[in-house]
Design a protein around this ligand. Structure first.
Ligand code: NAI
Length: 335
């Protein structure tokens, strides 16, 4: 039976990497009914909204989506469509595996991290006020409910995947109440769910320094929303950049798979984007759907294209001279 998957191409490089991912998933032989849905800065004129209600409804109904990046204006304009999507569908856990890739040489070898980011609150609650001229306040919201469920998710994830350790990065020395609540929930869930697993709490500034000097000491990272966002890009830099880090936004009802990177307007429409991060997100999606054979087939194919390091077949961000299309074709040929 065909699986129905909602596909949001998004903005900037989104349509290019979404097409590549769709072509590769189709070539893997899995039977998918795609429903293409509008969202992003590019659809506002037509739909009057960056995240049309009909798009949210379709994902809610079909439960699974693969999403390209969406542009969010800086300092003004409409609120982030991504934040709205995650909140509307209660996609509370962002899961971002960060691994060393074959054929991509970086400062470190054998990096194998999973970032688990709380996806619905913190400073992303978007509660900002101008108290008086020249004074603004942004509210960081932490609830016991959300802090507990992300911690429960992280320890269950660590247990089911036989991970080695969970580390929480926090700033509870300064944000004693909000981050204090977050680590309190994390340590209680550790005790309740997986007390045998090594568990560590680190102040985030020290944690970042340790991450860039010795990433192999870490395994699974549990963070509130903003820290998880920042650390995802930092960790991407350890393994070859934003072109190679996938992600999933998971809720109890729905899951939306998307790369960590944004819409990369600097390279949009030029066949320069590395589609791998979204392809890898697609592989996470296939595994989530139980389509493990197709998932494996795609992974084996892109790993061997990377290993071969034919400059014509890999994109510039990872040292090649090829384009989005050349990489896509190479992966399909390999399958
Ligand atoms: P970005 O991730 O789009 O780009 C940062 C740098 O990485 C750029 O130099 C870009 O060319 C490069 N890059 C990113 N993805 C790449 C890929 N697949 N292949 C090769 N190079 C790649 O971050 P930036 O520039 O800060 O944000 C651009 C827009 O994207 C903003 O409007 C931002 O709000 C949005 N954004 C959306 C996200 C989403 O939809 N989930 C996530 C992050 C940012």
């Amino acid at each position: 039976m065909a699986q129905t998957v909602c596909l949001i191409p998004g903005d900037g490089i989104g349509p290019e990497v979404a097409q590549s991912t769709r072509d590769i998933i189709e070539a893997s032989g899995v039977n998918i009914d795609w429903i293409e849905l509008p969202a992003g800065a590019g659809v506002v004129d037509e739909y009057g909204d960056i995240m049309p209600q009909s798009t949210l409804d379709a994902i809610r109904e079909n439960k699974i989506a693969l999403k390209g990046p969406i542009t969010t204006p800086i300092g003004k304009g409409f609120k982030s469509a991504n934040v709205r999507l995650r909140k509307a569908l209660d996609l509370y856990a962002a899961v971002r595996p960060v691994r060393s890739m074959p054929g991509i040489k970086t400062r470190y070898e054998d990096v194998d991290l999973v970032i688990i980011r709380e996806n619905t609150e913190g400073l992303y609650s978007g509660i900002e006020n101008e108290i008086t001229d020249g004074v603004v306040a942004s509210m960081k919201v932490a609830t016991r409910k959300a802090s507990e469920r992300i911690a429960r998710f992280a320890f269950n994830y660590a247990r089911s995947r036989q991970r080695d350790k969970v580390t929480v990065f926090h700033k509870a020395n300064i944000m004693k109440m909000s981050d204090g609540l977050f680590i309190d929930c994390a340590s209680r869930m550790h005790e309740e769910i997986f007390p045998e697993l090594p568990y560590q709490e680190l102040i985030i500034d020290n944690g970042c320094m340790q991450m860039v000097t010795d990433p192999n000491q870490f395994d699974t990272l549990l963070l509130e929303n903003l820290y998880g966002d920042v650390l995802s890009d930092l960790c991407a830099g350890l393994v070859g950049g934003l072109g190679v880090v996938p992600g999933a936004n998971i809720g109890d009802e729905c899951a939306v798979f998307e790369a960590v990177h944004g819409s990369a307007p600097d390279i949009a429409g030029q066949d320069k984007a590395n589609p791998l991060a979204l392809i890898m997100s697609g592989v996470m999606m296939l595994n989530h759907l139980g389509e493990t054979e197709s998932a494996k087939k795609i992974k084996v194919a892109y790993d061997s294209v990377l290993e071969a390091r034919n400059p014509e077949e890999i994109t510039a961000d990872i040292g090649g001279q090829g384009g989005t299309k050349a990489f896509t074709e190479a992966v399909i040929r390999q399958m």
